[in-house]
Design a protein around this ligand. Structure first.
Ligand code: SAH
Length: 218
């Protein structure tokens, strides 16, 4: 049963060091299975990254939990997410803050994510199909920024869109190798950078994706 599988996942996350009860409660309330293709339903609550199409993956629940815990999302906060993907991390964030702004470069992925969020009646999310490495200037500043794809270097354009005291969590490093998850805190015109742990993410790709060929739609 799904609910017992979610509860087992929550217990595993607690054992793995996730102590923030708001984060655990948010994860408990988001059915990860709903964000996955049919072929991976049986693995939905296992601690594995899974394919979501277009060569992308939804992160492992333990990575989502650790990144979300490190983000320390304020209840009234405004959060920017780069890399909507399936919308799973977006849904978890939406349970924790006032509004999530999320950017995805693949239109079909974004379209599916929007439908899932709508079906789950999650309404405090604003989406955009664009290159997220530039952030979202017209909605800035943000209390928190989370990047769910690996950037080659800490993206300064994003850090500049934080409020003073705001925090960004971003994996940085080369693709195919371990990347360092950084916590960047804005302090006036300065940034305090701490390295949290290593992880493997799909890359942040700055250009727009190639247009979909008509035959690829069927
Ligand atoms: N958080 C997602 C997982 C994302 S995988 C989830 O919960 O499912 C990383 C995503 O980042 C992919 O969907 C990829 O298309 C997207 N991405 C990569 N580079 C990007 C960019 N420059 N701007 C926006 N999205 C980007």
């Amino acid at each position: 049963m799904t609910s017992s599988r979610i509860i087992r996942l929550i217990l595993d996350l607690r054992r793995g060091g996730i102590a923030d009860t708001r984060v655990l409660a948010a994860i408990e309330r988001v059915p990860r299975a709903f964000f996955l293709p049919d072929a991976f339903q049986d693995q939905a609550y296992e601690d594995v990254a899974l394919p979501i199409g277009h060569g992308q993956t939804v992160s492992q629940p333990s990575v989502v939990a650790r990144m979300t815990q490190a983000l320390d999302v304020p209840e009234r906060g405004k959060v920017l997410e780069i890399g909507t993907g399936s919308g799973y991390q977006t849904a978890v964030l939406a349970r924790l803050c006032r509004r999530v702004y999320t950017i995805e470069r693949h239109q079909p992925l974004l379209f599916e994510a929007e439908h899932r969020l709508e079906a789950l009646k999650i309404r405090n999310v604003t989406t955009r199909c664009a290159d997220g490495s530039r952030g979202w200037v017209t909605q800035a500043p943000f209390d928190r920024i989370i990047v769910t794809c690996a950037a080659p270097i800490a993206p300064e354009a994003l850090a500049a869109q934080l409020v003073d005291g705001g925090v960004m969590i971003v994996p940085v490093g080369d693709v195919g190798r371990d990347q360092r998850v950084l916590r960047v805190e804005r302090q006036g015109d300065d940034y305090k950078v701490d390295e949290l742990w290593t992880v493997r993410f799909v890359p942040l790709v700055p250009q727009a994706p190639p247009p979909i060929q008509p035959e690829a739609r069927v």
